[in-house]
Design a binder for this molecule. Structure first.
Ligand code: ASP
Ligand code: MG
Length: 473
């Protein structure tokens, strides 16, 4: 008897038909004698819609937030009518849905009166998506005769108060999961849990960042000591590249935790970047699979790195990036300038995606999202004001609308010539490389190029990744 943790993403619970499909997947395992813990996202599009209600509420646009609220109500009611029998159970679920959505309206009303929304209020509003979906899914599972109990992540995942991107407090989260969730599993119940949300120790709702349900599932899988974590989504697995850029993209049968972590960080949308953290130490096998094509084995993710002849397994890219360069003759050997720059960047609320410094130490560059670039420039110039006044530092230059392309392959460590092959390939296609960085894990190489060259760069490097798929099979 195995214990499986299964996370169902937004599209996997996005319609009555999808939920039905997800339930069949759970049922297949429970009928085979296994135990299943389900983590669910909000129905597809609902998180975005809820964010829209925040905006509308701030602007006093009652018509819009009421309209969106009606839409969300309708979708959940429809799913409840289609999936939940008998009528008394259906009525209970409908009542819960309506209570939650009434509460949503009240919060929007409060935001309208205040004319602003704090990150804490935004988290409270977006939490409704998962709190609604898990009620429908749990009751529908029960209706199929599989005893289920619904849990809110707020009861299990305890976090700091960094709203919209909260970090779990591991020890007490582990304690809550062991005390509250494990007994239910031992009693033969299939819990259905909200992804994405947690709560501070004093009970205020937080979220783990967009796409955070994967992370929730990994945390739970780790602390219940699951035999496998399956991320059920709407694609067959982790792809060699974005099929919208290159139609030849293939599903990788296997990737390592480090490789998939790198892929998630550098733009492949399959997984939340933090997902592998909790399960890596426990060596829990993970799989990405397609709810709508459950016969496909998906991508297996594990600790070992499989060597392939071309080493490179996947190519990803991130658009709308700015590269900032800090330069100056007086920087040579002056410690602390880079450190202060990165601190100022994080104070400005921006995430650094890639850093590179030349050995002359007269400049270094780093990349952030276009949307953050100006603010970061001002923050860094402010921090380095004294050095700029002394002309030790010239200032901060911005190069906008560039892209980062990353090639990922765990076998890079100790394999000479991989970088050579990558940059020769780019050179053969006359693609100009603006800046280069290799991840410390030696599992990826990233570089910055002009946006115009993106497709060609990805396609020519993807040849190397495609060759790897043959080797893994
Ligand atoms: N519903 C949340 C989002 O759309 C979390 C998730 O689905 O993982 O970001
Ligand atoms: Mg997702």
């Amino acid at each position: 008897m195995a214990l499986y943790t299964m996370k169902f993403g937004g599209t996997s619970v996005g319609s009555p038909e999808a939920i039905d499909q997800a339930l069949t997947i759970i049922q297949r395992e429970t009928q085979a004698g296994h135990r299943v813990v389900g983590i669910v996202s909000a129905m597809s599009g609902v998180t975005d819609s809820l964010l829209k209600t925040v905006k509308a509420a701030i602007q006093g646009d009652r018509w819009t937030f009421q309209e969106v609220n009606r839409d969300i109500r309708h979708r959940h009611e429809e799913a409840t009518h289609r999936l939940i029998e008998p009528p008394p159970e259906r009525e209970i679920t409908l009542k819960k849905i309506n209570d939650l959505l009434d509460e949503h309206l009240q919060l929007c009303e409060a935001i309208t009166i205040l004319g602003e929304a704090t990150p804490r209020m935004i988290d409270a509003i977006v939490s409704f998506g998962e709190r609604l979906s898990r009620r429908v899914v749990a009751a529908a599972l029960d209706a199929r005769g599989i005893p289920s109990q619904a849990f809110d992540g707020t009861q299990l995942i305890v976090t700091d108060n960094n709203y919209q991107d909260a970090e779990p407090l591991w020890e007490i989260t582990s304690k809550q999961i062991k005390e509250r969730l494990v007994p239910a599993i031992e009693n033969g119940i299939s819990p259905i849990i909200t992804g994405f949300i947690g709560a501070t120790p004093d009970g205020t709702i937080t979220t783990l960042g967009r796409g955070g349900s994967d992370f929730s599932a990994a945390i739970i899988a780790a602390y219940i000591d699951s035999d496998e974590l399956t991320i059920w989504t709407d694609v067959d697995g982790v792809m060699t590249t974005d099929p919208r850029i290159d139609k030849r993209a293939k599903v990788l049968p296997y990737v390592s935790y480090t490789e998939v972590g790198e892929l998630a960080f550098y733009g492949a949308k399959v997984l939340h970047p933090k997902t592998v953290q909790p399960i890596i130490a426990r060596n829990i096998p993970m799989r990405v699979r397609n709810t709508f094509n459950p016969e496909h084995p998906g991508t297996q993710i594990g600790a070992d790195i499989v060597a392939t002849s071309s080493v490179i397994k996947a190519v990803t890219s991130i658009r709308s990036i700015s590269m900032l360069t800090v330069s100056g003759k007086g920087m040579l050997g002056v410690p602390g300038i880079a450190g202060r720059t990165f601190l100022a960047t994080s104070r400005a609320g921006a995430n650094i995606l890639m850093i590179s410094q030349s050995s002359s130490e007269q400049s270094f560059c780093f990349t952030v999202r276009d949307a953050d670039a100006n603010e970061v420039k001002y923050a860094v110039e402010d921090e380095l004001r004294a050095e700029i006044n002394h002309q030790d530092v010239d200032g901060v230059d911005i190069l906008k609308e560039v892209v980062i392309v990353t090639v990922v392959g765990g076998g890079m460590r100790g394999t000479p010539g991989v970088a050579g092959r990558v940059f020769t390939t780019l050179g053969d296609h006359s693609i100009n490389v603006i800046s280069i960085a290799q991840g410390g894990s030696e599992c990826s190489i990233s570089f910055v190029i002009e946006e115009d060259a993106l497709d060609e760069a990805v396609i020519c490097l993807h040849d190397l990744a495609l060759a790897s798929v043959e080797d893994i099979n």
